[in-house]
Every structure is written in C-alpha cells, then in structure tokens.
Design a protein around this ligand. Structure first.
Ligand code: URA
Length: 438
C-alpha cells in the first residue's frame, strides 16, 4: 500500500490495521517512507489518536525493527529489571536506583537517553565521568552486569531503530506530547531490552511532559497495559514534578549528588522517597522481596551498608571510568569556573517554581542541547536548590549557579529570581508520590 493512502486513513480519523502500521515502521527503517510522509502520519496520529490495539501494534512493530536482546547467554545472577522515567528536571533517580536494585540481587541493564527539551538525560549525567563508556561493546556490557549487577548505557543504533528515526522527526514537528506515541516510543526500547520487570516513573506537573494528572494517568495506564499485554510485567508510579527533584540540576552536579546520596550524605527527602519506592517495586516484581515492608528494608540496608555505593563504583570502573571515582568524585568531575549564589530577594516561603523553565535555564547555561548535534557543558547547572515549602529570609541562598562565564551566570541568576516564587504564607504541600498504577 502507498504511504499516502495509509496517511489518508489516519487523517480521516479511521483506525489503522496492523499491516498499515508494519508498512510504516518498515518504511521508517528502510527509508521507503520520506521524512515528510512520516511527519504527516505522526501529526495525523497526534491529532486523531490511536486505539490501545493500534498503540500495541506500533509498539511491537518498532520493538522488532531491530535487535531484541537476549540475556540467556550472559550468565546473569538475578532477574533482569529496569526503571524508566518520563522525564523531569533534576531527576537523577536512575543513578541511585540501578545500584540499589543490583545490591539487592537484581540485574539492571538500563538503556537511557540523552537530555530531551527541558529534561536532563541520564546518559549525559554519566557522560560527565571521564572514561565512562556509554556505548560499550557486548562483552564489556556483560562483564559490567556480572561484576556490578547494573550498567547504565545508551541506546545502540540497532535497538528499536524505527523509534530512533520517528523520535527525531517528532522532536522537530511538535508531535512528542501524546500518550500513544510516547507509549510506543518508550516501550519499543524497553521490550527490545529483554526485561523481566519494568517500573515506570510517570512525572506530572509543570516540569513534566504530562502537565495534568489526567494526562499522567492516561500515560501510566497506557504504559502498564501495553507493556503487560506484550508480556513485560510493568507497574507505574505517578510522581510530582512541580519542583526540581533533589537539590541539583545539571549533569556533573547531579552525578555528584547521586554519589553523595549513595554515601548517605545527600538524602533530600522527596528524592529519597521516589528512589526507595521505585527500587522496592522492582524487588517485588523480581521476586527479591516478600512484601513491600521487606522490599523497603532491603533497599534501606543496601543504602546504609554502602553496598549500593560499591555496585555503583564497580559499574563505573567496568565501563571504563576511574576505579576510585566514588572516593574522589570532585577530583574527576570538572567544576564550572564561575559560581554565583542566588539570594532570596525577600523573606517568606518558597511557594512554587517554574520547573520547566528551570530545566531550560540549564540548557541556556550550556548543560543541554538546542540541536541534536550540540555538545554539552557537563559542569554547569544549579546546586543548593531551595525546596517548595521552605521558609527563607531575605538574602538566604535559593540556589547556586554554576556557569562557564560571569555573563551567563548573571543571566541565570536573574532568570532564577523570576522562576522561584516566594509568598507570605506557607504553600499547601503536594506529596511526591501521587498514584500507583498496576
Ligand atoms: N521518552 C521517549 O523515549 N519517548 C518519548 O516519546 C517521550 C519520552
């Protein structure tokens, strides 16, 4: 069938059959669908939606568009588990969760992405560690999983390549924020990774792709149903993204916060809660804990005993980073030359923040990409970020800007002053864990 005939069906609001979707996905990979045609179908899908059956067909076709990983020959010691976040600002949970789950007996081959729009990417955070190979060969990956129980790496070109091309087209045609396409995009990669259990962290709020609870719920339910239907047990938590998670945003700065977290030194409560609950969920899914209380205890022990830190350290060195990275992270992570505090302009309470714009301020400092080909400056970003609900006095530190030069630091300081809101009364606090979707 001609591509334009398939586009016409969706344009006119009719459902696509599996054969149409297979034709599209094949065309994405072999180039028989032009960029214009793929963009037109993406927009028709965006505007007219996809049923659950169409979403499942698209997910499975994209999953099979490349290599599907098989861990049976890798000599792994536990269930293969993973977590995925729909994206936020300061969201470094993966860096702590992967070694925590590994320390409890799981195996976490986590395929992560680079920063996207205003959100940071796990891969960019780890890219700040000198020598760390985000694209290891298969033998190195297997060795890392055997010795550390976790390996956070990038998506290879042969894993769900149809998603790679479609995603790049969606990114520049305003067709990203729609539940069926996000579902198919995320799950095609996760299904191709040969997992036995997946937990999704669906972010909601002014720093997330899902701005409303309705959209987050729809996305969580779609992810859980489509993944489970395709044979991958999946559960989701909807978590709050109306403020920076933890106290840092920016690649090397977040990596440093993650190491300090694993040392028990930087346990910002909301970040700790999200990390514990998602880790515990994976232990339950992998049969590594008897119940939720047991799972949380195991996670806490892995953190307090330093075993999770040890797994992280092994992962870094197995993937080419310094063997003593966790002992001397500040020695290896380069620091920005300019650091500027952002003082509270008045006394009161932090009542909210424009989180998406804070993510964009990191991009503006050079910590994210405007175009896919851009290189990023891992040193820049923010630390000591104030929390919503915090009482501040005039002159207290709301954040510290880390910048490549004085002019960009000063611009970021002015930007942050407009993005962090201070009021006269304490705000009504929203919990960080909002909904469990199973
Ligand atoms: N992350 C993905 O991998 N795909 C999307 O569509 C959105 C977020």
């Amino acid at each position: 069938m001609l591509a334009q005939e398939i586009i016409r069906i969706k344009r006119d609001g009719h459902p696509l059959e599996r054969a149409h979707i297979d034709n599209f996905v094949k065309g994405l990979v072999d180039g028989s669908w032009s960029e214009g045609q793929a963009a037109a179908l993406a927009m028709a899908m965006f505007l007219n939606g996809l049923s659950r059956a169409e979403t499942a067909a698209l997910t499975q076709a994209m999953m099979h568009s490349g290599r599907v990983m098989d861990w049976s020959q890798a000599n792994l010691s536990g269930p293969v588990l993973d977590k995925h976040s729909s994206g936020g600002v300061g969201d470094k949970v993966s860096l702590m969760l992967a070694p925590l789950v590994a320390a409890c007996g799981g195996v976490v081959p986590m395929i992560s992405g680079r920063g996207l729009g205003h959100t940071g990417g796990t891969l960019d955070k780890l890219g700040s560690i000198p020598g760390y190979k985000t694209m290891p060969d298969v033998a190195t990956l297997h060795r890392a999983l055997q010795s550390a129980g976790c390996a956070i790496i990038g998506q290879t070109a042969d894993l769900a390549p149809a998603d790679g091309r479609l995603y790049a087209i969606r990114d520049v045609t305003a067709t990203v924020e729609t539940v069926p396409l996000i579902t198919a995009s995320i799950l095609s990669k996760k299904l191709a990774a040969g997992l036995q259990g997946l937990v999704m962290d669906v972010k909601v709020g002014n720093g997330a792709f899902a701005a409303s609870m309705d959209m987050a719920k729809a996305l969580a339910e779609s992810l859980v149903q489509v993944a489970t239907g395709a044979g991958l047990p999946t559960r989701a938590w909807i978590t709050d993204m109306n403020q920076v998670l933890g106290t840092t945003a920016g690649n090397a700065l977040e990596t440093l916060e993650a190491v300090e977290f694993l040392k028990g030194n930087a346990l910002e409560p909301r970040q700790l809660l999200v990390t514990r609950i998602l880790s515990a969920e994976l232990l339950l899914m992998g049969g590594l804990a008897a119940n939720e209380v047991d799972a949380l205890q195991k996670v806490d022990q892995a953190l307090q005993s330093g075993r999770a830190l040890e797994q992280f350290s092994r992962m870094v060195s197995a993937l080419g980073g310094p063997a003593d990275f966790v002992e001397r992270p500040s020695h290896y992570l380069s620091a920005a030359p300019v650091q500027l505090t952002v003082p509270a302009p008045r006394s009161g309470w932090v009542t909210g923040m424009a989180t998406r714009d804070i993510g964009l301020a990191v991009v503006e400092l050079g910590g994210g990409r405007r175009q896919a080909s851009d290189t990023i400056d891992p040193r820049v970003g923010f630390t000591q970020f104030a929390q919503v609900g915090q009482q501040v006095h005039s002159g207290d530190v709301l954040a510290v800007v880390h910048a490549a030069d004085t002019a960009s630091a000063e611009r970021a300081r002015q930007t942050l002053l407009a993005l962090i809101h201070i009021g006269d009364t304490p705000p009504v606090m929203s919990p960080v864990l909002l909904k469990h979707v199973v």
